[in-house]
Write a protein of this length. Structure first.
Length: 555
């Protein structure tokens, strides 16, 4: 039993370390990027078709159509397709808005299908049959493309005949809405600013992100068109096209603003779809990718790591599940695994650098990295279920991410249509949290302080898993808002979230926040007006001054 537990644990820990170290590789590749990607002069105005796939989007469909109609392009050479599979009031809203824009001279069409066969991939393929454009721009319902989007992207196609797709960076309409949206914004920034830039600049395989990009129609058709056998039709087509020899380009300076899911269950649904779809693409393309001798070994290896990224979630679960019986039996992990703990810094480094590269106030933003860590590890159960569904080839059901047009702090989503309820998977999350808590108690009783501080995934993992599960449950109360007041000339508004209320290591949190803000403010007071309330006070002169008061808010 001891050998089996150590073996299972070691293999999973090594697997996690490989992915963690690859974050450092990605950062190193990103640092070799060009300072600025030159934008070639546009020599013509090709025909462009803008596709807007929608399904039950009553809150955002008009905003999307208005933004598409406002795109700066020769109207005689611009076609807009609203690919509407809706079965609610969205269809009526779309028809009314389309009539309005047609009266203004905009070529905008509503395309409906008899059924949702193929889901988004099927809708895009159906639209392509009547598309007149040489280039195809795609925007999901929660996007608001800027007016100059086409001018900023299409010029690159004229300069590179083998360029098949241009992807832009997603920016955020509601990043400051809550701690949940702030954490998601950091994750998305890390993906686009660091990962996509590194892949694009080093001629590695990258992906179309499903929205905010432009395709050369010939590339889509040459690669076999949109296919619905995976839930990530964008990733699938991206790899098929690049293995056919087409080049992709990422433009970090060009943005496509989008709405971040404000509800935790909406975020979980989105992550489930991405995790299952990515794993399906791994199963579909791994063998062919390994045999692609026209691609370098580095390119193939990075492609496999890219497609298999969501395997980190079941690996993390294996580590946690194996660790509790090891603690109960007094089994210590192999000493060499201690050195793999450095790999856990990879994701944190990548996300922190993305904030520094994008924002002047990056120090205030990286305060929310612990929230992202809690959220990410708390999602391990949800995403592992998705990976298992993909590996067992279970039938696909495309469950859309609901959008609520939440842009400001005063906007509400809980009472709107499409708001999701708690699913059955919550039982697994709560069970995992309790299991992790048992392991934490065992560690506290059996392990020495030296092992606890050196062990790479010991006490912190149990704390973060419990915190992640707690984050999910408490998110149902709505958007918690935490205001950070700085009495000096610079004031900030920030959200911490339920990780503060989890009794997580306050010393760690205190030091993290204090280092981030010590150089920019004299006194900071953080108050969370939700049950229970924890007030923390820090001073610049002494970061050791920390008071924690747990109270019950007055009703």
């Amino acid at each position: 039993m001891q050998v089996v537990l150590i073996g299972i644990y070691s293999l999973a820990a090594i697997g996690l370390a490989i992915y963690g170290l690859n974050y450092f590789v990605t950062v190193a590749l990103w640092r070799n990027r060009r300072a600025q990607i030159p934008s070639p002069a546009r020599v013509d105005s090709p025909r462009v078709t803008v596709q807007l796939p929608i399904y039950n989007e009553q809150y955002v469909v008009e905003r999307l159509m208005d933004a598409a109609a406002a795109l700066e392009w020769d109207r005689a050479r611009l076609q807009i397709q609203v690919l509407d599979d809706s079965d609610d009031i969205t269809s009526a809203l779309a028809h009314t808005r389309a009539e309005y824009h047609r009266r203004r001279g905009i070529d905008i069409q509503i395309i409906r299908r008899a059924d949702r066969a193929g889901y988004k991939a099927g809708a895009l393929a159906a639209g392509l049959e009547t598309a007149r454009g040489e280039f195809i721009a795609v925007f999901d319902a929660d996007f608001v493309p800027p007016k100059n989007f086409l001018n900023q992207t299409l010029a690159h196609f004229s300069a590179q005949p083998n360029l098949g797709m241009v992807q832009t960076r997603w920016s955020h309409l509601n990043a400051d809405y809550s701690a949940l949206t702030r954490a998601q914004a950091i994750a998305l920034d890390g993906h686009f600013v660091i990962e996509q830039s590194a892949r694009s600049e080093n001629n590695l395989l990258l992906n179309f992100n499903g929205s905010g990009g432009v395709w050369r129609r010939a590339c889509i058709e040459d690669a076999g068109g949109w296919q619905a056998d995976t839930l990530s039709e964008d990733l699938d087509l991206s790899y098929r096209a690049q293995m056919r020899g087409w080049k992709f380009l990422f433009l970090p300076a060009v943005t496509a603003p989008a709405e971040i899911p404000p509800q935790i269950h909406a975020f979980k649904r989105q992550q489930f779809r991405w995790a299952k779809g990515s794993t399906q693409c791994l199963m579909k393309h791994a063998a062919r990718l390994v045999r692609a001798r026209d691609l370098s070994r580095v390119k193939r290896a990075q492609g496999l790591l890219h497609l298999s990224g969501y395997l980190m979630n079941p690996l993390l679960l294996v580590v946690i599940l194996a660790l509790v019986p090891m603690l109960a039996l007094g089994i210590q992990p192999p000493a060499p695994l201690i050195y793999f703990s450095l790999a856990t810094l990879g994701p944190v480094t990548l996300y922190a650098l993305s904030q520094r590269a994008l924002y002047r106030d990056w120090r205030a933003r990286v305060i929310y990295l612990p929230v992202l860590i809690l959220l990410g590890i708390g999602m391990a159960w949800n995403n592992s279920l998705a990976v298992v569904e993909a590996l067992t080839r279970q039938k696909n059901t495309f469950r859309r991410t609901p959008k609520f047009r939440v842009e400001r702090g005063a906007d509400a989503w809980a009472t709107k249509a499409y708001a999701l309820t708690i699913g059955w998977e919550v039982m697994g999350e709560l069970g995992l949290g309790c299991y992790a808590l048992v392991g934490g108690l065992l560690r506290a009783r059996r392990w020495t302080a030296r092992v606890a501080t050196q062990f790479p995934v010991g006490n912190p993992v149990f704390i973060f898993v419990c915190g992640g599960i707690f984050l999910h449950r408490m998110s149902e109360r709505g958007a918690w808002t935490v205001r950070t007041q700085v009495p000096s000339h610079k004031s900030k508004v920030a959200d911490l979230h339920s990780f503060v209320t989890c009794n997580l290591q306050l010393v760690y949190i205190r030091g993290f926040i204090a280092r981030a803000i010590a150089s920019r403010s004299s006194t900071v007071k953080v108050c969370v007006d939700c049950p229970p309330t924890i007030s923390l006070a820090y001073t610049r002169k002494s970061t050791r001054a920390c008071s924690a008061l747990i109270t019950t808010p007055s009703v």
